[in-house]
Design a protein around this ligand. Structure first.
Ligand code: PAF
Length: 284
């Protein structure tokens, strides 16, 4: 596996691969890799010749009171996991390499789909995401990029950016990887104490309750949400940020589930903010 630290080296590597006729896949991450990230690499390998992974904790997507400084980092372990997973090139830029001037003057903002859900709770977050992802796309120049469906809204926002700006690549969304008890895998799960870890299954359990009620015929979003709130409020450390049932495409809130919808939630367990989602009323 080639380790690359600079934009210049990344571009040279890309050119060499391109000359060999290789189809390049890209898995952007913020590191502290888990099975969810590795599943993106596995899916990416199926349809491409070489997989590039980036690890970059992007300061632009963290709010001033968020966990940028504390975000878990372990480059040595990540490098080994990426190599074992079959990543061809690991791009590890420093902050100064990506942002010689910070904050940079140009950002990318996607309207509407980035303003609801996590976008409403975390102002500026998606501008940080789309700006760094666009920069990474310009540097890595992949044919395809892979993102986890746990960040449903992130994938939706990135797909919109790619479509609106005619970026020449395909975005693939890969199903959520879950722990045995249902908790969606996330680098932030590492913040949870033993007790909080037990409580954290309330997110996936609430989503299952929603799906069951929907499948039994309940289509009223308010009722569906009420049962979820009841489940989450049983946990002493849980504080709901949002629970919403939205149109899977526009992310606009629905009163009744009559078409494909995403049920999305963000819940704080102690100091750790976790997100999860499921699709109901059809397939994603
Ligand atoms: O999902 C993430 O890990 C990040 O938001 C991403 C896409 C790597 C951009 O920093």
């Amino acid at each position: 596996m080639k380790i690359i630290h600079t934009i210049k080296q990344m571009r040279i590597w890309h050119e060499e691969e391109r000359l060999k006729g290789k189809r390049i896949a890209f898995v952007p991450t913020m590191g502290y890799l888990h099975e969810g990230h590795l599943s993106l690499v596995q899916v990416a390998k199926q349809d491409n010749d070489s997989v590039v992974m980036s690890i970059f904790v992007n300061p632009l997507q963290f709010g001033p009171s968020e966990d940028y400084g504390a975000y878990p980092r372990d480059i040595k372990r990540d490098t080994q996991l990426a190599e074992e997973a079959g990543v061809a090139a690991l791009f590890l830029p420093e902050v100064l390499e990506m942002y010689p001037y910070y904050p940079q003057l140009t950002t990318i903002e996607v309207q509407e789909v980035s303003e609801v859900l996590c976008g409403a709770s975390r102002p500026g977050h998606f501008t940080g995401v789309t700006t760094i992802v666009a920069k990474l796309f310009n540097i890595v120049r992949p044919d395809t990029a892979y993102f986890g469906q746990k960040d449903y809204q992130q994938v939706r926002v990135i797909k919109q950016m790619v479509q609106d700006l005619n970026m020449p690549l395909e975005i693939i969304s890969v199903p959520i990887k879950r722990e045995k008890d249902g908790l969606a895998m996330s680098s932030r799960n590492t913040y949870l104490s033993e007790e909080e870890r037990k409580e954290a299954i309330c997110l996936s359990e609430a989503l299952c309750i929603c799906r069951d009620n929907h499948d039994k015929g309940e289509k009223n979003a308010e009722n569906l949400i009420r049962y979820m709130v009841q489940r989450i409020n049983k946990e002493p450390s849980a504080v709901i940020d949002y629970i919403e049932i939205c149109d899977a495409e526009t992310l606009k809130p629905l009163s009744y589930v009559q078409r494909q919808a995403v049920v999305a939630l963000a819940v704080k367990i102690g100091r750790t903010r976790l997100i999860d989602n499921i699709i109901i009323g059809g397939r994603a």
